[in-house]
Design a binder for this molecule. Sequence first.
Ligand code: FES
Length: 153
Amino acid sequence: MNSAFTRRQFLTTLTVAGSAIALGTLVGADDSTPAQIKWAPVGKASDFTAGTPKLVTLTADFGGEEVFVTKSAKGDLEAWSARCTHKGCNVAWHADVSQFVCPCHKGTFDATGAVVSGPPKKPLVALKTKVADNGDSFVEAPKPFVRPAPPLQ
Ligand code: FES
């Protein structure tokens, strides 16, 4: 065995190992499978009505995060994290304009969580929901908010 072959073998092994690790990371990064979701209870599905997002503070088990829960026109439960996607302040629902409004820099979002105005670039984070047979409802626990990095100067 000469040293060139050994180096080639080493590089091939390194490439295969790197690809395996990258694939494992990608597969592991998909945390949206139902088994990996942490479900936070938010009350009975009948507590929520279409067109009126209701603020729910999750228990300490879920960091006391605030979420908005409502129903679609078809009656499906919908939820969003209350954290503004700009710098993480909690938005409030303003029924008079049917928008979520952020108190920090006046970012606004429509009733679907889409950005209407202000500095936020991303919509409110939509959360999966589920309703048990007995009517208990749950939302996907929001992931911790990661403050965006400041722009490079
Ligand atoms: S934190 Fe909401 S607009 Fe800046």
